[in-house]
Each structure stands twice: as structure tokens, then as C-alpha cells.
Design a protein around this ligand. Structure first.
Ligand code: FES
Length: 118
């Protein structure tokens, strides 16, 4: 089955660390800019169905082998507003259990426009 291509924004409309939520046919989709790369997630949290992409874009803390925690993955995660689950925006994976994934969509950029393929 071929995918349909939707224009979602101009490249300068969603700055690094920001997101935009768009309605594409029956799907609400979050478009994110991570350091100049665009990614898209279905705006539905796999936990209990909240509007995942309306949560804050953030990083997280992770342990090091030096018995300390560091802040990392800044602007590469979205945190669901309902219960705080954090998802990797690129892969859709829930950080605690990567077998749980938010739905991702391919994104392309042509000239100054960003497209999502559904
Ligand atoms: S609905 Fe998203 S973390 Fe619970």
C-alpha cells in the first residue's frame, strides 16, 4: 500500500526543540524538529491514549558508570502530560520499555517544506 504525502509546514515554522500538531485526514500528528531533523509521531500515547505530542519536548536523566546521573537526549524526547511516560521522538520507543512504541511516520523535506507520509 502506498503512502500519501502531506505538506505539514515550512522548515522555519518548527524550530529545533519545538513541535507542531497537525490533522492529516483521521490522524492527529506531531511534527518535531530535533537539531534540524524532522520527525513525526501519532498524537496518541500508547499508555492510555492521551494527546502525546502536546506534552513537553525534553531530555532525561540517566545513570553513568560513575554512580551519578547526567541529563541527556535534550529535545529528543516527548513526555506525555498524563502520566509522564517519556518517548524517543525518532524511534517512538518508551524509554523504560522499548517494546512499547508510539507510532512514527516517515518525514521528508523538499526545498523549504516538510512532508509527512502516512
Ligand atoms: S496516557 Fe500517556 S503516559 Fe499515560
Amino acid at each position: 500500500m502506498s503512502k500519501k504525502k502531506y505538506t505539514v509546514c515550512k522548515v522555519d515554522e518548527v524550530r529545533p526543540g519545538q513541535q507542531k500538531i497537525v490533522q492529516l485526514d483521521k490522524f492527529s500528528v506531531g511534527v518535531f524538529n530535533i537539531g534540524g531533523e524532522y520527525h513525526a509521531l501519532l498524537n496518541v500515547c500508547p499508555h492510555r491514549g492521551a494527546a502525546l505530542c502536546e506534552g513537553p519536548v525534553c531530555g532525561t536523566t540517566q545513570p553513568t558508570d560513575q554512580r551519578e546521573f547526567i541529563y541527556c537526549q535534550e529535545n529528543a524526547l516527548v513526555r506525555c502530560a498524563w502520566h509522564g511516560w517519556e518517548f524517543d521522538i525518532k524511534s517512538g520507543e518508551f524509554l523504560v520499555d522499548p517494546s512499547i512504541k508510539a507510532k512514527t511516520f516517515p518525514v521528508s523535506v523538499e526545498a523549504d517544506e516538510v512532508f509527512v507520509h502516512i
